[in-house]
Ligand binder design. Structure first.
Ligand code: OGA
Ligand code: MN
Length: 287
């Protein structure tokens, strides 16, 4: 195992993810400990990718009644069905641009993501990196006054908020407005090793019980601290790369690339459940 960053992340050799079931205990242990796992030279087709996801839990389905739908592979891609690339004005490209804001996935859903498994499919000749930071390391390093201030904070998350930052058109899409606000505690303790992490994302639109200006200031301060340049691992994709990350202890963002070139990554999220410590970030209901 080779570290990706002094604080987090490892490259794991010697595992063919087509045999992930055999190695799952080791993979899961590394996931809990290191937050970002890189596997190179993999050959994941959709079925194998989904099977790998199911080892971690239930594959996320972004529908109101997920039980009525079947899990399927989704593509983070600027490729249209006809094989051409999306125009710069297309609202689907706006979603990809919103991925360039620091975030953790699906905090706006009734149950957020535990993990994302991203696999390179088609890469541009330059750019298009995915960057990660450890919100566990950031939480550890925050000044005590800030930790005390944030420890019991509850954050408000809304999908429209992150889309609005990029495009009012993307923010107005039904698939975005359909999700009502969610609230999660700002610190997620890992249920296996007790390590706490800041739980924050581009979807955060406010702080419960705080005025808008004060809340915004606090959120911006936390994101700025967490994403200082020295805290970032920037992943330059190669063909065959697969990355699995812990959404409870990281933030990530995509980087721009020449949009006249295709960039396609296969992606699935796994929904967090009680065994992943979800109960610990649920706000305590008012008495
Ligand atoms: C994602 C994501 C960033 C990227 O798949 O959730 O944010 O680099 N991707 O495409
Ligand atoms: Mn994402």
């Amino acid at each position: 195992m080779k570290a990706l960053h002094r604080d987090f992340g490892v490259e794991i050799d010697g595992i063919d993810l087509r045999d992930a079931a055999t190695h799952y205990a080791r993979i899961r242990e590394a996931f809990e400990e290191h937050s970002v796992l890189l596997f190179r030279n993999q050959r994941l087709d959709d079925e194998v990718h989904l099977a790998l996801g199911r080892l971690f839990g239930v594959i996320e389905i972004r529908q109101k009644n997920p039980q009525e739908h079947e899990a399927r592979m989704s593509m983070v891609s600027n490729r249209r069905n006809d094989g051409r690339v999306l125009s710069e004005q297309d609202s689907r490209l706006m979603h990809l641009k919103a991925n360039q804001l620091w975030h953790t996935d699906s905090t706006f859903l009734p149950a957020p993501a535990l993990a994302n498994i991203l696999a390179a499919r088609k890469l541009p000749t330059s750019g298009g990196e995915t960057e990660f930071v450890s919100t566990r390391a950031a939480w550890r390093d925050l000044p005590d006054v800030t930790r005390t201030r944030v420890r019991n904070v509850v954050l408000r998350h809304r999908y429209t908020h992150s889309r609005q930052a990029v495009s009012p058109v993307a923010a107005a899409l039904d698939e975005v407005t359909m999700w009502p606000e969610t609230t999660w505690r700002a610190v997620w303790p890992n249920p296996v090793n007790g390590m706490e992490a800041l739980y924050i994302a581009s979807h955060v639109c406010g702080v419960v019980g705080m005025g808008e200006r004060e809340g915004r200031q606090l959120i911006d301060e936390l994101v700025a601290f967490t994403t200082e340049p020295g805290r970032i691992y920037s992943h330059q994709w190669s063909s065959g790369d697969v990355i699995i990350w812990d959404e409870r202890a990281t933030m990530h963002r995509g980087r721009p690339w020449p949009y006249d070139q295709e960039r396609t990554l296969a992606s699935i999220c796994i929904t967090a459940s009680e065994v992943d410590g979800l109960g610990a970030v649920r706000p305590v209901p008012a008495a």
